[in-house]
Write a protein that binds this ligand. Structure first.
Ligand SMILES: NC(=O)c1ccc[n+]([C@@H]2O[C@H](COP(=O)([O-])OP(=O)(O)OC[C@H]3O[C@@H](n4cnc5c(N)ncnc54)[C@H](OP(=O)(O)O)[C@@H]3O)[C@@H](O)[C@H]2O)c1
Length: 235
């Protein structure tokens, strides 16, 4: 892999999904180098093999020490991260409050929150030093939780609170860095539309639109986007 000399570096955590692939391609088109992170080497290769400017990194983002090692490699190989885009998600729900299970809650906590907790701490100093951007995707469920998605909404709310806390840290340090939540209801891509031609996907955000919003953050003023919740809900 190689990016243009002096290119800024973005880490895409959870890069192999449709949204991760769309974001990675947009960042490359914007001239950034991308460290594409996933838990599986095969899926990373399928998504990015042969794509110039992509450094594929296998890392279990629930593993604190593995994420620390990832941050050290990004510092050594790229000089540090200028942006961290956190796209690891997942969904589990029940029919109501009493059918929310501990197993589902713990799985959501690990995939949705713990991965952000680990990556944002490991890359905090790099982002601070480089006036970088941290962004994660939040959900409309935080403001309008239902009994059926109670655990998911609660975990996503913790993502929002954590991003606000990181934003407070960036602002207090006078770093020029920014932490931002981008809010969607649900995501759709061309493959999903083709599988379900009968569906309209109201309120869904196309992954290319999400990628456009996320990729605009490095070019936005930190004062405009630090601590912001950007509405990217589809039509
Ligand atoms: N999809 C929706 O409708 C929707 C709705 C609201 C909000 N969001 C949010 O939007 C963001 C993107 O959603 P998405 O549906 O595209 O994401 P997703 O399907 O949850 O994608 C997860 C990505 O994270 C990687 N991943 C999962 N566990 C990992 C781990 N332990 N270590 C490293 N990588 C891991 C997966 O790759 P590997 O399996 O290859 O590791 C995959 O690339 C998420 O934050 C999600 O919560 C999505």
């Amino acid at each position: 892999m190689s990016a243009a000399p002096g290119a800024r570096t973005a880490v895409v955590a959870g890069a192999t999904s449709a949204s991760g692939i769309a974001l990675t391609r947009r960042l490359l088109a914007d001239g950034l180098g991308v460290v594409a992170v996933g838990s599986d080497a095969g899926r990373l290769a399928v998504a990015f093999e042969g794509l110039e400017g992509v450094d594929r990194q296998v890392c279990d983002l629930t593993d604190e020490s593995a994420v620390g090692g990832l941050a050290e490699r990004v510092l050594a190989d790229h000089g540090g991260a200028d942006a961290l885009f956190h796209l690891v998600g997942g969904w589990r729900g029940g029919r109501g409050i009493t059918t929310q299970t501990t197993a589902d809650y713990e799985a959501l906590h690990r995939s949705v929150f713990l991965t952000l907790f680990n990556t944002s701490r490991a890359f905090y100093d790099q982002l601070s030093e480089r006036g970088g951007r941290l962004a994660a995707v939040s959900a409309t469920a935080v403001a309008a939780p239902t009994a059926g998605n109670a655990s998911y909404a609660a975990v996503k709310a913790s993502v929002d609170a954590w991003l606000q806390a990181v934003a407070h840290g960036f602002a207090g340090g006078g770093t020029g860095a920014a932490a931002t939540a981008v809010v969607v209801k649900a995501l759709v891509d061309d493959a999903l539309r083709q599988q379900h031609p009968e569906r309209r996907f109201p309120g869904f955000t196309h992954v290319e639109d999400l990628a456009r919003v996320l990729a605009s953050l490095p070019g936005a003023a930190a004062t405009e986007v630090n601590g912001a919740r950007i509405d990217a809900v589809g039509a």
